[in-house]
Design a protein. Structure first.
Length: 193
């Protein structure tokens, strides 16, 4: 999957004009890339379109139109686009109430390293987490982590041949898993070369 360049982006004025329909298209696309893992964790699998949307929104919010600022946003978000042999995801621990969230994040230190995907009966692939920066401490984890799941050629072939895909977390304080529904499975298979 190719990375984004400045030529792939709309000017602020053009983006403002097309934003409602573009946003609707991206939200429909994202619906097939969301994998709930139990009651308070979710994997949001990223791809070129989700990252184009993210960059466009950041440029819009920050009113960035200079070449250097645009390049900075591309450099921040292009690493989240899959490379053809992997899946990349934003992992979120979603606890709305601040006091409860603090307690949960303290119990879930290291959870980002216990998130996995599995293609068919092949071995689980555990996430490579937060390659850009550490997001946890000894006392608590972050509510947002960026994950990469690197697949073997055998796993890619099995996924393309229709093997079921599972995802889960096996942290001592949080253990959930499930099979990806077909629209989500198909969307992830499209990320693979």
């Amino acid at each position: 999957m190719s990375k984004l360049t400045r030529q792939d982006l709309h000017s602020l004025e053009e983006y403002d004009r097309i934003r409602p329909e573009f946003r609707a298209r991206v939200m429909a696309h994202k619906a097939n890339r969301k994998v709930p893992l139990g009651p308070m964790a979710t994997l949001y699998f990223e791809d070129r379109l989700t990252m184009q949307y993210q960059v466009q929104e950041m440029l819009r919010i920050e009113r960035i139109f200079e070449a250097e600022g645009i390049e900075d946003e591309l450099a921040a978000y292009n690493p989240l686009i899959p490379d053809g042999s992997n899946w990349k995801a934003t992992f979120m621990i979603e606890v709305p109430e601040p006091d409860e969230r603090r307690k949960v994040l303290a119990r879930l230190v290291g959870i980002e390293d216990r998130v996995w995907v599995q293609v068919g009966d092949l071995p689980r692939v555990y996430a490579i987490a937060d390659e850009d920066m550490e997001r946890d401490t000894e006392d608590k984890t972050s509510s947002v982590h960026f994950l990469r799941f690197e697949l073997t050629p055998e796993m890619v072939a099995a996924a393309k041949s229709g093997a079921p895909i599972r995802a889960g977390v096996d942290h001592p304080e949080y253990n959930h898993e499930g099979v990806l529904e077909e629209p989500v499975r198909a969307s992830l298979v499209a990320d693979l070369d």
